[in-house]
Design a protein around this ligand. Structure first.
Ligand code: BES
Ligand code: ZN
Ligand code: ZN
Length: 493
């Protein structure tokens, strides 16, 4: 879909297709924005009449649709409430953009024109993100619910400035949508080798890619990640992405690390059959990292950023790892694998250690669909964060508020750490029934030294059961915008 940004014209009567105009809510009820006033005049007060005959109050998200209005070229006018003007924030504009496109997407209209004076680029971002649908595997007429809208024109004040702002947003949306696509693809399409081929597309944006294959990982002593992939026919891979966008290419980088379990059956500790298909999303952390790399490179962020993802499939087979097996790790620490389904932490252990050891980053943030317990604790709105650094947490929390990918800090500490001590090795990979998300984080922390670090458990936020204002149900691309915003706020030249 194409989005154009143009200056607000003097009149609207010649615009075809669907026109969207806004109304605020004030103490007396609704109050049309000037474009709505003009269209009202041009249509013999069709908007006022429609508003009066419905219970339109200009409340945020309220809509009245006027079909085939007289006096104008438009085939329909959508009057949309934005609530109180003072509360109309950039995020609200984004939500409105999403709501509008959701309303019109299947309306048979090809052209949509949105007239918006404030936060127009954010509104356009909402349109882009909500317009997405993963429908590539539908082939029959019955399944293909055709999206009719081909072009959205945003009419706004200072169009040039808005267009410039939106150009950056578009690059971020590219990253989000790529992440959603990767997460939506099934396990027979995205497995480590095919995933790597996808990631290589980043090279065209100037991202350098390095791959550690099984042989190299063996040399490095990465038994933790290798053990997870031992039962799979696919080769386990660790992929490193480097975006050196800072003026000083030798400046200390920041680093993002992602769990890329392309399918998680649980291994020999096999998951129950019901719902197992959802575990194609178990590479959601890595998708957030590669999506963020795409966004950052796409908008040429002035920062040095390393992305590390561990790509592996967790399968049961004659060669699979057994419960009770003891493996070493690149760090040298040994792990008793009590449960082969707690594999994400084994993958991240070697990724984190390698990243810290090789790149000495300013900080590391890892993302992972790590524990079912995270969904029990926080549901699907907030991701849980676990960290050894207050300042970094404050920064990430603020970034999350800005882009509506919120995070909530959870505790970690010695008491929890003891729960993963093992009788026969340095640690075990599960900590019992209580505090499942925290003991998983404690495990990760054992592979982080003094480096400031945050672990984000996105088990609840990577996939939505219901659509939101800016995302169809399914893969959300959660994390891409969060990481981009953090970089934008604090880590660019
Ligand atoms: N990928 C899962 C976590 C998960 C489960 C995310 C359900 C979203 C929904 C992870 O590898 C896993 O299986 N974790 C286990 C850990 C347990 C064995 C300690 C879990 O959460 O049940
Ligand atoms: Zn698992
Ligand atoms: Zn998993």
């Amino acid at each position: 879909m194409k989005i154009n940004i143009k200056e607000i014209p003097n009149e609207y009567s010649k615009i075809g297709g669907a026109i969207v105009v806004f109304s605020m809510q004030n103490d007396d009820g609704y109050e049309f924005r000037p474009p709505a006033v003009k269209l009202d005049e041009a249509t013999g007060e069709a908007l006022s009449k429609a508003a009066a005959s419905s219970d339109f109050k200009g409340k945020f998200g309220q809509m009245v649709e006027i079909l085939a209005p007289v006096g104008v070229a438009a085939s329909r006018i959508l009057l949309v409430g934005i609530g109180e003007e003072a509360k109309f924030t950039p995020l609200k504009a984004e939500q409105i953009g999403g709501k509008v496109i959701n309303k019109l997407m299947y309306s048979n209209e090809k052209d949509v024109t949105i007239v918006i004076g404030k936060h127009a680029a954010h509104c356009a971002m909402g349109v882009l993100l909500r317009h997405y649908k993963f429908d590539k595997y539908y082939t029959t007429e019955k399944n293909i619910k055709k999206i009719s809208v081909e072009q959205v024109t945003i009419l706004t004040l200072e169009a040039k400035k808005v267009a410039k702002e939106f150009k950056e947003f578009e690059k971020i949306a590219d990253g989000v949508i790529w992440a959603r696509n990767l997460v939506s693809e099934p396990g027979n399409v995205i497995y480590p080798e095919s995933y790597l081929e996808q990631i290589k597309e980043l090279e065209s944006l100037g991202v350098e890619i390095e791959v550690l294959n099984e042989e190299r990982m063996e040399e490095l002593g990465m038994e933790a990640i290798l053990g997870v992939g031992q039962g799979s026919a696919s080769e386990t891979l660790m992929v490193i992405m480097k975006w050196m966008g800072s003026k000083d290419k030798s400046a200390q980088p920041i680093a993002f690390v992602g769990k890329g379990v392309t399918f998680d059956t649980g291994g020999i500790s096999l998951k129950p059959g019901a719902g197992m298909e959802d575990m194609k999303f178990d590479m959601g952390g890595s998708a957030a990292v590669v999506g963020a790399m795409k966004a950052l490179a796409g908008r040429k962020a002035k920062a040095n950023v390393i992305g590390v993802v561990g790509l592996v499939e967790n399968m049961p087979s004659g060669t699979a790892q057994r419960p009770g097996d003891v493996v070493s790790s690149m760090s040298g620490q040994t792990i008793e694998v009590i449960n082969t389904d707690a594999e994400g932490r084994l993958v991240l252990a070697d990724c984190l250690w390698y990243c810290q050891d090789t790149y000495k980053p300013k900080f590391m943030i890892d993302l992972a669909t790590l524990t079912g317990a995270m969904m029990i604790a926080l549901g699907q709105d907030y991701a849980g964060i676990f960290s050894n650094n207050d300042e970094l947490c404050e920064r990430l929390t603020a970034a999350g508020q800005t882009v509506d990918e919120p995070v909530w800090r959870m505790p970690i500490g010695d008491g929890y750490d003891k729960l993963i001590d093992s009788d026969i090795a340095d640690m075990k990979n599960v900590g019992g029934r209580y505090a499942g998300s925290i003991t998983a984080a404690q495990f990760l922390q054992r592979f982080v030294n003094e480096t400031p670090w945050i672990h984000i458990d996105i088990a609840g936020t990577a996939w939505r059961q219901k659509p939101s204002d800016v995302a169809e149900k399914g893969a959300t691309g959660y994390g891409v915008r969060l990481l981009d915003q953090l970089v934008r706020d604090h880590y660019e030249d």
